[in-house]
Write a protein of this length. Structure first.
Lengths: 236, 178
């Protein structure tokens, strides 16, 4: 089988091609350190084209499209998820949606700590979840959450366990985590959702036939509000 | 912090001077009734940020983006009804520490924006006009009246969150307008 994976939940634009025998190749553009404006809409399709060409893969050969569904950067997610859905629908292959926080946690599965990926949510907030390592992978031990770095630091302190914090949110708000007891920061290599994790997890799900029709795949949005805007001033 | 301007040109000049303190990631919420001059103020800010193309009201487009000394996103939430729409439009990505975001009517829904922001309230001075005159610059949504009054305005700056620390700097660049 041949899998195309896309993750655009952060400033990093990531594309990966893989088969059951491993990665064929990947393209990454941008990252948390890169202050240039991310151009997900402009760069994603050419990146897919480039990777397919370099790996001598035609889109028609794909068996499935995997996509990181966030939570994360709003515009990036829309571009990534839409591209994955359109490709899958056109090629008549399934989509395999995977939360981008899972993709940050999975590569750290050999650690003995709690693993806490945090993705920058803007507005001085982070998207995060708490994972435990289990044989062969990680298991999520919290909801997918949105909160301030200090909320997260409080939650980590309350658990009182060895903890490894990763993701671009951990980098950006390192000051909130650095001085906590028994907490380590995973560093720049673990700032963006892992493309090899995307390939590995998606192929496993493909083999178990855990996939979704393209129309049912949506980005994960955690910032919700039921409030109406109080337009008294408008009608006054 | 309060200023008074006598004309749209003066409002623009004040806004343009204020632009000097703006940094990447800043959010400025513009408040005031229809016709008070929120777009005029935004035009001044944009000019001060080095935008040389014409800046028009984003009431119908909701967002207009410009390139100046810093990238500028000019937003108008007047046509939105729910806070969720603000999230769904992806404004969050504007608060990425790179551009300046100007939001007309943003004061009405300030909690949907980052806590560190500057509010600019523009108040048309009622006694400044003999009465409403046709031809305001700020056109509202469906059924809204076009309101115009005289050109005299009170402009009130409210410093929220970390903007409070920047008050002295703002006082400095606007000293000529006090």
């Amino acid at each position: 089988m041949l899998l195309l994976g896309i993750d655009t939940a952060t400033r990093r634009i990531g594309v990966v091609l893989a088969s059951e025998n491993g990665l064929l190749g990947r393209v990454e553009i941008g990252g948390p350190e890169d202050r240039a404006r991310p151009r997900h809409a402009e760069a994603l399709a050419p990146a897919i084209r480039y990777l397919c060409d370099e790996c001598s893969v035609s889109l028609r050969q794909l068996s499935a499209v995997a996509v990181g569904i966030g939570p994360g950067m709003f515009t990036g997610l829309r571009v990534g998820v839409t591209t994955a859905k359109v490709l899958a629908q056109t090629l008549r292959v399934p989509v395999i949606p995977i939360p981008s926080l899972d993709l940050l946690a999975y590569p750290l599965r050999h650690s003995r700590s709690l693993i806490v990926p945090a993705i920058d949510a803007r507005r001085h907030e982070v998207y995060y979840a708490i994972y435990r390592t289990v044989p062969g992978g990680v298991q999520r031990d919290s909801e997918y959450e949105l909160g301030s770095p200090d909320d997260l630091a409080g939650e980590i302190a309350a658990r009182g366990e060895e903890t490894l914090v990763c993701g671009d949110g951990a980098q950006r708000f390192a000051a909130s985590f650095r001085d906590l007891d028994r907490v380590e920061l995973a560093g720049a290599a673990h700032a963006a959702p892992s493309l090899s994790a995307l390939a590995e997890l998606a192929i496993a799900r493909y083999e178990r036939e855990e996939f979704s029709p393209p129309s049912e795949v949506l980005p994960m949005y955690l910032r919700r509000s039921d409030a109406e805007i109080n337009w008294q001033p408008r009608s006054a | 912090m309060k200023f008074r301007t006598q004309s749209a040109a003066q409002t623009r000049a004040l806004a343009s001077a204020l632009a000097e303190v703006l940094e990447p990631g800043d959010v400025v919420l513009l408040g005031g009734d229809l016709g008070s001059g929120k777009t005029t103020f935004a035009q001044g800010l944009a000019a001060g940020l080095g935008v040389d193309e014409p800046v028009t009201s984003p009431t119908y487009t909701i967002v207009q983006e410009y390139e100046g000394r810093l990238p500028v996103a000019h937003v108008d939430v007047y046509r939105l009804d729910r806070v969720q729409e603000i999230y769904d439009l992806g404004f969050d990505d504007f608060f990425d520490g790179e551009r300046v975001t100007l939001v007309e009517w943003g004061d009405v829904v300030a909690r949907a924006f980052p806590v560190d922001h500057l509010v600019v309230q523009i108040v048309a001075r009622a006694d400044a006009a003999a009465g409403p005159i046709a031809g305001g610059s700020d056109v509202g949504g469906e059924g809204a009246m076009v309101i115009a009054v005289g050109d005299e305005r009170d402009i009130v700056l409210e410093f929220q969150g970390r903007w409070q620390e920047r008050r002295p700097r703002v006082e400095e660049v606007l000293a000529g307008y006090a």
